[in-house]
Design a protein around this ligand. Structure first.
Ligand code: F6R
Length: 618
């Protein structure tokens, strides 16, 4: 995530508007803040530091700065912990360029390798590298625009950029690829920001930028370019730009949620972006390979997590067994005592936690560490307690999650874990080069699969939520194998957000007890993953007890489902039998179902009763 903003005006000061906008953008990240401004005597001044806006503003006197052209950034750390030096803006060696960035540069490691030899790098970020690549272009006599174009050609991953150049004091350069960026126009100036709320106090006139667009704004000019053939680029003509101007009439409340009524639905819809950032962040991250090496040579892996993070861990254990033939033992964090006596110094513990602060997971980690285990953490929060206490950390880079229910962080965790599994499979020689490449390529498209699933699931979930509006009883979510693990997360979402009792268990267990509860119209959702065609039998036995059964399946999975008015089938996207994609296509339906039931019943899905986002007590 991260929030970026920039303003350039004919007269007056832009700093106060940048600061106001940053306050609106803080929901996108709040671990460090910075601004860069070109003062009226043409100095490029940068002030930045770790901490949230209120803190950094006071500490560094940001309100004292003045200038007509300014950019700002509020950060959610992805490369490097939240420190003063990692805060944005970043500069080149000659302090001529100041640059803010939202996104993740995938080829960070190789870029850093070559830049390190000739440049003075002051941070651990991927962002700073972009400033130095542009600097290379300027040193070769290119214009800033040309240098930026050269830099963009070298970048892989996602970015929204805003750039100040000391020698062009009226301009803010920008570029967008897979991270949000909009332009705003107003009398006497132009602006740029990650999203609309940041600029609503200034303008209602916007242009939404598309991926691959770049250019610059001046107080009375907006220039947008696109790449043409063979690396050339061309300017979009003024008439076409006029047609793209949109008038936005949002209330400030709606605006802070990006136009969505709740953070939960916004975050469900942010999953494609979160998955793209997770993939880009990890695909070439040397840490992924290092962690995989540790797993490759490990005897035993214990996977600890709570709630949704535990459910992501279950999926990891499934694919470890299937693709690497390695046994990973899942353990709910608060139950760590169950294995405590058996842990020793040959063990590897994988701790999964969105926040990195969950008390139970920290306790488990601290206990196992004392017993000699090596700790590897997967988290969304750089610099969190778990991050600090672990031997190695991987980050999911899903951006801050405000809704109490984990949604985008769950699917990002699953993607990160699957990437880790295939890396281990490759290390062990169990995945051939071709197979590894194929799986990696499939996972690189998890974002578009989840996008499609959200689109398919939304109207269906809305419809079924309506049918269940007056229902107060229990329901089952059943699956086998991978489907059971997905069902556990599905049931948790329904429980915590809709306040309905939802139980997930392996479908084969029905006859051993739970089916006793089933009576007329009892809702049963069945997650028919590719590994379990026999689940149709379970659907039939439920229907025979007059349950209302919904079978969810990938559209290309052929199941022998009998004609039965009590069994309905929901076809999700087709996945060509690639089971690594199944968590991404099944879970949005249940996230949306729990959301729509909650809204229909008048609950607040962002703040479910009795729950807190981060559980830091025993
Ligand atoms: C469910 C949910 C919780 C968390 C759990 C662990 O929607 O959010 O079950 O998953 O409290 O939190 P983290 O991942 O921060 O350790």
């Amino acid at each position: 995530m991260c929030g970026i903003i920039g303003l350039t005006k004919k007269t007056g000061d832009s700093v106060k508007d940048v600061l106001k906008g940053l306050a609106m953008l803080e929901y996108r990240g709040y671990d460090s803040v910075g601004i860069a401004v070109i003062t009226d005597n043409r100095r490029l001044v940068v002030r930045k530091g770790a901490g949230d806006l209120a803190n950094v503003r006071k500490r560094l006197g940001l309100d004292e700065l003045r200038g007509r052209t300014a950019i700002g950034h509020t950060r959610w750390a992805t490369h490097g912990p939240p420190t003063d030096s990692n805060a944005h803006p970043h500069t080149d060696c000659r302090d001529e360029i100041a640059l803010v960035h939202n996104g993740v540069i995938r080829n960070y490691a190789s870029l850093r390798d070559y830049l390190e030899k000739e440049h003075r790098l002051l941070s651990e970020t991927d962002t700073e590298l972009i400033a130095h690549i542009i600097e290379d272009g300027l040193r070769h006599g290119k214009s800033l625009l040309e240098s930026m174009v050269e830099a963009l050609k070298k970048l892989e991953g996602s970015y929204a950029l805003a750039i100040l150049y000391k020698n062009e004091p009226k301009r803010i350069y920008f570029a967008k690829m897979k991270s949000p960026l909009i332009l705003g126009m107003f009398d006497g100036g132009s602006a740029i920001a990650s999203d609309i709320p940041a600029l609503l106090d200034i303008t209602r006139k916007f242009i939404m930028l598309n991926d691959g667009e770049f250019g610059y704004i001046e107080p009375d000019e907006v220039s947008i370019y696109r790449f043409g053939s063979e690396g050339s680029f061309y300017k979009i003509d003024a008439e076409a730009l006029k047609n793209r101007i949109k008038l936005i009439e949002w209330s400030p409340e709606l605006a802070s949620k990006g136009g969505y009524p709740h953070f939960m639905i916004k975050e469900i819809y942010e999953q494609p972006q979160a998955l793209s950032d997770t993939y880009n962040g990890l695909a070439e991250d040397p840490s992924l390979k290092k962690v995989a090496e540790v797993f490759t040579s490990s005897k035993r892996i214990i996977v600890v997590g709570a709630g949704t993070s535990y459910h992501a861990g279950l999926i990891f254990t499934y694919f470890m067994s299937k693709l690497t033939k390695k046994m990973a033992i899942p353990l709910i964090s608060s139950e760590f005592k169950v294995l405590e006596s058996a842990i020793n110094d040959g063990d590897i513990v994988l701790a999964i936690s969105q926040s990195g602060e969950t008390f139970d997971t920290l306790e488990a980690v601290r206990t196992f560490k004392r017993k000699g285990a090596k700790i590897i953490t997967l988290t969304n929060v750089v610099g969190s307690a778990l991050d600090r206490e672990s031997d190695m950390t991987l980050y999911i880079r899903a951006g801050p999650e405000i809704g109490v229910a984990a949604t985008k962080t769950y699917t990002s965790q699953v993607l990160a874990l699957e990437l880790l599994v295939i890396e281990v499979g490759r290390g062990l020689g169990l995945l051939s080069k071709e197979n590894y490449k194929r799986l990696s390529e499939i996972l690189s498209r998890a974002d578009s699969y989840i996008q499609e699933s959200i689109e398919i699931s939304d109207p269906l979930a809305k419809y079924i939520a309506k049918l269940m509006n007056n229902y107060k009883g229990s329901l089952y979510v059943l699956g086998r194998g991978l489907g059971h693990y997905i069902a556990k997360e599905a049931a948790l979402k329904i429980k915590e957000i809709s306040y309905l009792h939802a139980e997930a268990y392996p479908a084969g267990e029905s006859k051993h007890g739970p089916i006793a509860l089933v009576e007329k119209d009892f809702p049963v959702f069945i997650i028919a993953t590719n590994d379990s065609p026999e689940i149709v039998g379970n659907a039939i036995e439920m229907a025979a007890r007059e349950a209302n059964v919904w079978i969810l399946k990938p559209s290309d999975t052929e199941l022998d489902i009998p004609d039965n008015e009590r069994i309905r089938t929901i076809d999700l996207n087709s996945i060509n039998k690639n089971d690594v994609l199944e968590p991404f296509i099944f879970i949005p339906f249940f996230q949306l179902l729990s959301y729509y039931i909650s809204v229909a019943k008048g609950y607040n899905p962002d703040k479910p009763r009795n729950l807190a986002k981060t559980v830091t007590v025993e």
